[in-house]
Design a protein around this ligand. Structure first.
Ligand code: PHB
Length: 402
């Protein structure tokens, strides 16, 4: 949009808020401050991947966030909402520049994003300098709620360590002693594998080989051949989106699925099952959500999201929805006054989030404390097996926030 057409849009919006001719008369009769006292829209920056391997994830987050706000009348703290979307392309090198476009350029009141840990790390740096509230609806980069935690940074999803840890515990409980890890070489993969290693170690398990491909490459052949020759008890993998589809199919096509169990955080089979087909059947994963969880919030959410988007829910949609719920709650507490930061943050932090994943709370580092479920792919769907670890918090020692 050009600057001129944007100015025009803002003018039109203001007149629409005031209401037609009477408002126009008021605007010319009363001094400017009277007019400006009308509540302006709250500007939300939605910095997410709308293209590339994580595009489906970004779209589900955005659509479910808007759904949560629309369910409460489409307003936040009584103010209308203006969404400013920016495609971050899951490109860490452009992360700071893109975040600045929204925070400094667009002057968004609140920044939401993103999916990719490397891009999120850049967003964290920007909001630590600018003081803008940031809600992270997916990216699990540990530092965001660890070493770089801050009062204005909230995460509504998970830390990368979290979904890996229960999978390691379950793998050990199943009697596996050694494993190979294979993932993209960036924070999400490395930290997810660390979670698995810590969980696996509780039962004496050890990861003997760490295999890596650069993000977002999907050339797995050479590494699958290596796995076949190592013959580990099991394989742990982090891939998501388009990469997860390709990896699960290639693992099966290489003949490994029959002989070496494949485990991962549930991102491996979330939003991907249709494309993975029979190759995903029987896979075990751990995650903080599974579609068939029995609770009224989940039932209602599944129907509403499907109706709004014609797509089935997945963990990304749930995280977007919860981000919307947290915003609705936090801004209601300050009647839409985003400048009342102390009260706004306190309201969000103490919120018990009534989520489709089951109720969860924020830890002191402002990351979810939540249950992790063991899931199994049966007839093309993720099915609940059991709670793998209850009320799991990420290790919070690195966060020095009061
Ligand atoms: C991440 O980069 O933190 C990330 C991306 C996709 C996922 C999970 C984590 O599904």
């Amino acid at each position: 949009m050009t600057r001129r057409s944007k100015d025009k849009e803002l003018r039109l919006t203001r007149r629409a808020i005031l209401g037609g001719a009477a408002a126009a008369a008021a605007a010319s009769t009363f001094p400017a401050p009277f007019v400006l006292a009308q509540p302006a829209k709250i500007k939300l920056g939605l910095m997410l991947p709308y293209s590339g391997t994580y595009a489906a994830l970004g779209n589900n987050i955005a659509d479910a966030l808007i759904l949560a706000i629309n369910e409460k009348g489409g307003k936040l703290g009584g103010r209308e909402v203006q969404y400013v979307k920016l495609d971050d392309e899951s490109e860490p090198a452009k992360g700071a520049q893109n975040a600045n476009k929204l925070v400094v350029g667009e002057k968004v009141d609140i920044l939401i994003g993103t999916v990719h840990s490397g891009v999120a790390a850049a967003m964290v740096q920007v909001v630590r300098e600018e003081g803008t509230p940031l809600l992270i609806p997916n990216a699990g980069v540990g530092d965001a709620t660890g070493k770089l935690c801050a009062p204005n940074i909230f995460r509504t999803s998970f830390s990368n360590w979290q979904p890996g840890y229960p999978m390691g515990k379950v793998a050990a409980e199943m009697g596996h002693k050694n494993a190979v890890s294979i993932t993209w070489k960036y924070a999400a993969g490395e930290e997810s594998v660390q979670g698995f290693k810590d969980g696996f170690a509780t039962g004496g398990g050890k990861v003997t080989h760490d295999l890596r491909v650069p993000f977002p490459d999907v050339e797995f052949q050479a590494l699958l051949t290596e796995i076949a020759s190592i013959k580990p008890d099991c394989v742990y993998t982090f891939f998501a989106g388009g990469g997860a589809v390709k990896f699960v199919k290639d693992y099966d096509a290489a003949g490994l699925k029959k002989s070496i169990p494949l485990y991962g955080p549930g991102f491996l089979t979330d939003g991907t099952l249709k494309a993975q087909g029979a190759s995903a059947e029987g896979l075990l994963t751990t995650l903080h959500y599974v579609e068939d969880l029995k609770n009224p919030v989940n039932d209602k959410f599944k129907t509403a999201f499907q109706k709004a988007t014609s797509r089935p829910v997945d963990v990304y949609a749930v995280q977007g929805y919860d981000t919307g719920q947290v915003l609705v709650h936090g801004l209601a507490a300050v009647k839409g006054d985003v400048k009342a930061k102390k009260e706004f943050y306190a309201a969000m932090k103490s919120f018990k989030v009534p989520s489709p994943r089951g109720e969860w709370t924020f830890s002191k580092s402002q990351n979810p404390v939540q249950d992790f479920y063991l899931r199994k792919v049966v007839n093309g769907e993720n099915r609940y097996q059991k709670v793998a670890v209850k009320a799991l918090a990420e290790p919070t020692a690195a966060c020095k926030m009061a």
